[in-house]
Design a protein around this ligand. Structure first.
Ligand SMILES: [Zn+2]
Length: 290
């Protein structure tokens, strides 16, 4: 081999080595566990007996969930998790306590004062999750005052409702920012897309929707289009609304990771944690990416 041949040969070796290194890095990135910001956690009274606060924190750690929004019936559940691990758990204030529940809170006259007394502590990222079963529920004085509180304290409302009740709420309080729980639970992608287009203050949680978004490793085409077109508006949620869901917490999060992997990496990162970090200001994104 002459000198020129040797140089050429060395170049090929260097190029091959670089290619191997690059592919190894790509594979490493794909293997990395995507951190999840869980925006829909509950730690309500029935869970307190079987899951100690430290166990709850350990479950999130094991599932790769460094941040979570937690709302509970009663609110003490969220506060005890915050005391256990304030970096991981951020409370959202639920109106439900004692006899005030999903079916009657919209007409409970004492609820706005209850909420305001707690909001003054300045620790809550939102009010909710609460239920609105119809448009009439969205128009009661209690709900109006609750929405006004969210605007005044610059926090979100986390609302479990269909699209019609949400539209009614935005009509009453256009400045309110809403995190729509379960994307309306049964609303189809076309309706969710129309809501996002119409209401700029709307963000959408995806708890309970993993099964529709993808079957096996096939993303539903309508969901794929919706998620990629609005990648800055969606967030993940587990929804531990009954204690049994705490025992399968890792699987609930994994079900979301499965469909997230089928999206472009930057869309997946935004939905997994980026959007929630921006919305709820819970520390720096770099810390989650480690
Ligand atoms: Zn819900």
């Amino acid at each position: 081999m002459n000198n020129l041949g040797k140089i050429h040969f060395q170049r090929i070796i260097v190029l091959a080595a670089l290619t191997v290194l690059y592919c190894a890095r790509l594979a490493g990135a794909a293997d990395q566990v995507l951190p999840i910001f869980d925006t829909h956690l509950h730690y309500s009274r029935p869970a307190w007996q079987s899951i100690a606060p430290q166990d709850a924190a350990r479950k999130l750690e094991a599932a790769g969930v460094p941040r979570a929004l937690v709302s509970s019936s009663p609110d003490e559940g969220s506060l005890v998790l915050r005391r256990t691990d304030a970096r991981r758990f951020a409370p959202v204030l639920r109106p439900y306590r004692n006899e005030v529940r999903s079916g009657n809170w919209t007409r409970d006259p004492k609820t706005p004062a209850y909420l305001e007394a707690r909001l003054k502590r300045g620790i809550y990222k939102g009010i909710g999750e609460f239920h609105l079963f119809d448009e009439a529920g969205a128009g009661t004085p209690t709900v109006r005052r609750t929405a006004a509180l969210a605007v005044r304290y610059r926090i979100v409302l986390q609302v479990h409702s269909g699209a019609a009740a949400l539209r009614a709420l935005f009509a009453i309080e256009p400045k309110v920012r809403i995190l729509w729980a379960h994307a309306g639970m049964s609303e189809p992608p076309a309706v969710i897309g129309a809501m996002l287009k119409r209401h700029k203050n709307l963000w959408v949680g995806l708890s309970f929707r993993a099964g529709e978004i993808a079957t096996g490793d096939m993303l539903d085409p309508a969901w794929r289009a919706l998620l990629t077109r609005n990648s800055d508006r969606f967030v993940i949620g587990s929804d531990t609304y009954v204690t049994s869901r705490w025992s399968v917490y890792g699987e609930l999060i994994e079900a979301h990771r499965r469909w997230l992997k089928l999206l472009p990496a930057e869309v997946a990162r935004a939905i997994a944690y980026g959007n929630a970090v921006r919305l709820f200001g819970s520390g720096d994104i770099k810390a989650l990416e480690k």
